[in-house]
Design a protein around this ligand. Structure first.
Ligand code: SF4
Ligand code: SF4
Length: 418
């Protein structure tokens, strides 16, 4: 077994602002001096049947600060070191990366950041995206990962972007055998996957029974995979939730969600507590990029994470009431697409609903403002010429043209034009 629980380290009081003053003094020596200071509250759980004990909060290393521009962008090693070590001090022991993260520099950047951490106290997770037939290409990815991360073995080795097609056409015929060989050789300890597909795909992967942990999307705004999460847990598969704050959509204030529960300090906190309150979820993986986020999320994880039974039931009821009040029932089925004018109909309706139903206007408007810029490649409601083609294809019979106008009024900043 790789990591062990109970290694909460606490360097008191650092915030983004305060940390900068003292950061230059944070040396490896200083860190080691602190490693015996126990922070008693971080929660640890078994990751499925792997035998690994992991913190309830995992570190998704896909948003580490970068230096440089364009193709030259690289992980800012100094900042990455501070963030990763602060998270470790506060008890986080699971660190996840992938080949493509951070302009392809993610594994190197994380490797540099963890180099001084005790290897047997952290769980390293990375991914192999190769699904074709050239076995040497698959092994090269693994060897590169070991080298960039600077480790002899990877604790959780994931098939990146697993779906039912890849399961049937690549994993079961060959990739699974290469995974097993790598495990026999001690290069990887456990086989997992990051999952991007529908509920049926998830069920097929669970049924196949090859993966020890599955990293998947689940949050207040998207509960599609909830039955699969139950099924995975019943089979002893660890469930790691990526996007607990809906890829940043819930990283803003909301008057609507503020009323959901008393005593919850912020929308991101509510989002994390919602995920942890599902007893079938092992861990919430958060792509943290500031010390403030790390400290706030660790504080949330450290005082139990999950909501109490009454609060969880109250939240459930509150969310059901919100959903029932929703009158723009776009299912994001995409049948209306492509629009001849390129209007991003379902994306616009998703943002409109996030604002109207959940009060998440700031992030919804920020997305819409990006789409009104020509370089975004997306088209806002302003591009609609009201041809009506989309309405004939919508199974929900939505008055798309009128709703696009309403959405524009609600989402557009005044004065913006496409
Ligand atoms: S009515 Fe507007 S959104 Fe619908 S297909 Fe025509 S141009 Fe596109
Ligand atoms: S067809 Fe209707 S329900 Fe489906 S994405 Fe388009 S607007 Fe939404």
């Amino acid at each position: 077994m790789g990591a062990t629980a109970g290694h909460n380290r606490h360097a008191a009081g650092a915030t983004d602002a305060g940390w900068n003053e003292s950061a230059r003094e944070i040396t490896l020596g200083a860190l080691e001096d602190r490693t015996d200071q126990k922070e008693p509250h971080m929660q640890y759980v078994e990751l499925g049947s792997t035998g690994l004990k992991v913190s309830r909060l995992g570190f998704g290393a896909m948003r580490l600060p970068m230096l440089g521009e364009g193709d030259d962008r690289r992980v800012d090693d100094e900042q990455a070191y501070r963030l990763v070590h602060r998270a470790f001090e506060l008890g986080v022991n699971y660190f996840d990366t992938a080949v493509f993260y951070l302009n392809g520099d993610g594994q190197r950047g994380l490797g540099a950041a963890i180099a001084a951490l005790p290897r047997d106290e952290i769980v390293i997770s990375t991914k192999n995206h190769y699904y074709e037939t050239d076995e040497s290409a698959w092994w090269k990815n693994l060897e590169d990962s070991l080298r960039w991360l600077g480790v002899d073995y990877i604790d959780m080795y994931n098939n990146h972007g697993m779906n039912k097609t890849r399961l049937a056409e690549a994993y079961l015929p060959r990739i699974g055998k290469w995974m097993a060989k790598a495990k026999d050789q001690g290069l990887i300890r456990h086989v997992g996957c990051s999952f991007h597909d529908d509920l049926d795909g998830l069920m097929q992967i669970i049924e196949a029974g090859h993966h020890e942990a599955i990293t998947l999307q689940y949050n207040i705004l998207d509960r599609t995979l909830e039955p699969g999460i139950v099924a995975a847990a019943e089979k002893g598969i660890g469930v790691i939730v990526m996007g607990p704050v809906a890829a940043g959509a819930m990283d803003c204030g909301s008057e609507v969600l503020a009323g959901a529960l008393s005593g919850v300090r912020s929308v991101p906190e509510l989002a994390l507590r919602f995920v942890w309150s599902n007893p079938n979820v092992t861990m919430a993986l958060s792509g943290m990029k500031t010390l403030r986020q790390i400290e706030e999320n660790c504080a949330t994880a450290s005082d139990g994470g999950a909501l109490g039974e009454a609060d969880a039931a109250g939240l459930e009821e509150y969310l059901a009431r919100l959903a029932a009040a929703e009158d723009l029932r776009c299912t994001t089925c995409d049948y209306c697409m492509p629009c001849p004018q390129g209007v991003a109909i379902p994306n616009i309706f998703v943002r409109y609903n996030r604002g109207r139903v959940y009060g998440l206007w700031d992030t919804a408007r920020a997305d819409y403002a990006r789409w009104m810029k020509p370089e975004s490649g997306m088209k806002s409601s302003l591009a609609c010429n009201e041809c009506g083609v989309c309405e004939g294809k919508c199974p929900q019979k939505l008055p798309i043209r009128q709703k696009l106008k309403d959405a524009h009024v609600a989402l557009a900043d005044q004065g913006d034009e496409q």
